[in-house]
Design a binder for this molecule. Sequence first.
Ligand SMILES: Nc1ncnc2c1ncn2[C@@H]1O[C@H](COP(=O)(O)OP(=O)(O)O)[C@@H](O)[C@H]1O
Ligand SMILES: [Mg+2]
Length: 199
Amino acid sequence: MKKSYAYSADFDEVTEKLFREASYLGEGHNGVVYELPNKKAIKIFLKRKVCTDEGSILARTNGSKYFPRLYNRGKFYVVRDLVEGKRLDKYIRQSGLSDRLTKNIYELLLELKRLKFKKLDIRCKDIYVSGGEKLMVIDPKKAYTRKVDYPRHLMKGLNKIGVLEEFFYGVKKINPKKAIEWELKFKRYCDMQQLSLLE
Ligand SMILES: Nc1ncnc2c1ncn2[C@@H]1O[C@H](COP(=O)(O)OP(=O)(O)O)[C@@H](O)[C@H]1O
Ligand SMILES: [Mg+2]
């Protein structure tokens, strides 16, 4: 495996050994992710601060079924559970948005509140769907720093793939008040965006 020059990992002995069997999974703005043996994943970060922040979020979400368990952290890396399945937006494009999936998304959003997240929002590309439409979050950015009180990014993503109305309809069956609140906030947000485009 070729090692990128931008990354400098400070692996301990155990991680170093595991990393010999690593295979590439993906790369984002903050780091590169490899699969390790025993269904684990290692993310190697470019910046120490981002690593500390993400490691701390995972430490706080440990024990929640919606987040990969954290096993080990260094200054520039985090070892966590491998997340299997398909990205939420891709999954919906292929299989549609079932009532069960809407309910699981709704419950994931409740879980964020239970975990005392300030940002009650997750992007579609950070949610993975596996067997039984079980959901897992891979990249919980700014969970405890950025205040967002409704799932704006998530709705934007659902809108883009044409299932937002269906989502509202599904949430209305579970919690009509919440559905109306989200719908209003989202519409207001879109109007603001339109206005700022006209300026
Ligand atoms: N726990 C994981 N299991 C499987 N794949 C993962 C996992 N974490 C990240 N990935 C893959 O690696 C990519 C980059 O990881 P991500 O945490 O989103 O990095 P960034 O913070 O740089 O956006 C993801 O888009 C996904 O494809
Ligand atoms: Mg990412």
